[in-house]
Design a protein around this ligand. Structure first.
Ligand code: PLP
Length: 423
């Protein structure tokens, strides 16, 4: 049995009956088992990056200890093993998101690079002066700035679908904005700043009814719920390994193969060609065409191990557990009159963005850190949505399936302390 398989098989599926055994899960995450200034770490920053289970850490270590070599061009044993490990990770990602074939998965650095890739290939090919890209008001900068750059390059325009005071897309307005010049819709599956789960399946159907392709930014969805790109009928779907319990510097772009294989290259270099002469170069088929240069091989291996791990734990159990934890946390924070939630969508994932009366979010974050509580304070790379809610920044506590009710209680006690300081 491989080290990865044995690391995964050491875990017993933590859903027993209706009970999710969070203590068993926590033992798989070494970084969680530490103290900060003598206080147990309470890690509530998983929307920024998730902690890594032993299975992932061991897979990456084993790759460097045993299989490290460059891929695709080697004839020697290590290179064959490294290539197998990399391509096996691609198959895992494809299966995990429901792609019809591994060739629909391009390895990239993360969601940001995936969106830039689509903007610079699909966007440059299909958009011209007066054409439109439609995004929502709650997007992460990674799903705003690449389109603004594309608009500067092509003369296209960025259109923005409005959101209501709960932080939900106004679907009637969305439909109204889908016009003859709309060449692409690009939306977050889950908002990193508000936690809103957008009804992407229905939104894709509305766009497709008008022949408009859709990119879904799944950076905050894939770690928390079962995603099936074919059920959604997404044309492009992107996510980041490091938010999915895998390594940093690796992520995936899913693209419907007929669409992907029509796109021009993104970057030029080794491994993306079929032949090169000074007169003419011909390009490889997708996905190799988009993977110029030596990729993050160990990262892909680690992401594959993260997927094995998530599947062993079970995404259904994860979603149900996190939902229950979010309800508990929302009720607990609602009991503090000085705390105001920003983002109260009816369908939400485990993100609690809030302000505290009289306290700057950075001060809240710093005081909580002294209690061992890790939250994020700032605009969360989503300045337009902060502006929509009239705040420069929020404090954000974001959950994963390794968090507990007791940790929420610690957060609430920490916030009571903050409120005392600023009273
Ligand atoms: N999209 C969303 C919704 C995000 O939350 C993030 C990161 O926070 C990104 C895109 C960018 O991800 P990365 O920095 O991993 O490329």
């Amino acid at each position: 049995m491989s080290t990865i398989a044995s690391a995964v098989s050491r875990m017993v599926t933590p859903v027993v009956g209706d009970t999710f055994d969070v203590e068993r899960v926590r033992r798989d995450f070494p970084a969680l088992l530490q103290s900060i200034d003598g206080k147990p770490l309470v890690y509530l920053d998983s929307a920024a990056t998730t902690q890594k289970p032993d299975a992932v850490i061991e897979a990456v270590e084993r790759f460097y200890r045993e299989d490290n070599a460059n891929i695709h061009r080697g004839v020697h044993r290590l290179s064959v093993r490294a290539t197998d490990a990399y391509e096996s990770a691609r198959r895992k990602v494809a299966r995990f998101v429901g792609a019809s074939r591994p060739e629909e998965i391009v390895f990239v650095r993360g969601a940001t690079e995936a969106i830039n890739l689509v903007a610079q290939t699909f966007g440059r090919t299909h958009l011209g002066v007066g054409d439109e890209v439609l995004i929502s008001h709650m997007e992460h900068h990674a799903n705003i700035v690449p389109w603004q750059m594309l608009c500067e390059q092509t003369g296209a325009q960025l259109r923005v679908m409005p959101i209501n005071d709960r932080g939900e897309i106004i679907i009637d307005e969305y439909e109204r904005l889908l016009g003859p010049r709309t060449k692409l819709v690009s939306i977050a599956h889950v908002s990193n700043a508000l936690g809103t789960i957008n009804p992407v399946q229905g939104m894709i159907a509305l766009a497709h009814a008008r022949g408009i392709p859709v990119l879904v930014d799944g950076a905050q969805a894939v770690p928390h719920m079962k995603v099936d790109v074919r059920t959604l009928d997404a044309d492009f779907y992107v996510f980041s390994g490091h938010k999915t319990f895998g390594p940093t510097g690796i992520g995936a772009l899913y693209g419907r193969y007929e669409l992907l294989d029509q796109l021009p290259p993104y970057q030029g270099g080794g491994d993306m060609i079929t032949s090169v002469t000074f007169e003419k170069t011909t390009y490889a088929k997708a996905p190799q065409r988009f993977e110029a240069g030596t990729p993050h091989i160990a990262g892909a291996v680690g992401l594959g191990a993260a997927i094995d791990y998530l599947e062993a734990v079970g995404l259904q159990g994860i979603t149900a557990y996190e939902h229950e934890l979010l309800t508990y946390a929302t009720e607990a924070l609602s009991g503090l009159p000085e705390v105001h939630l920003v983002g109260t969508a009816r369908d939400k994932a485990g993100v609690l963005s809030f302000t505290v009366d009289g306290a700057h979010p950075h001060d809240v974050g710093t005081i909580l850190d002294q209690q061992g509580i890790a939250v994020r304070a700032g605009h969360h790379c989503a300045q337009p949505v902060m502006e929509r809610f009239g705040v420069p920044a929020t404090v954000r506590a974001s959950l994963a399936f390794y968090n507990t009710r007791e940790e929420i209680d610690v957060l609430v006690r920490g916030l009571r302390g903050v409120i005392e300081v600023f009273r």
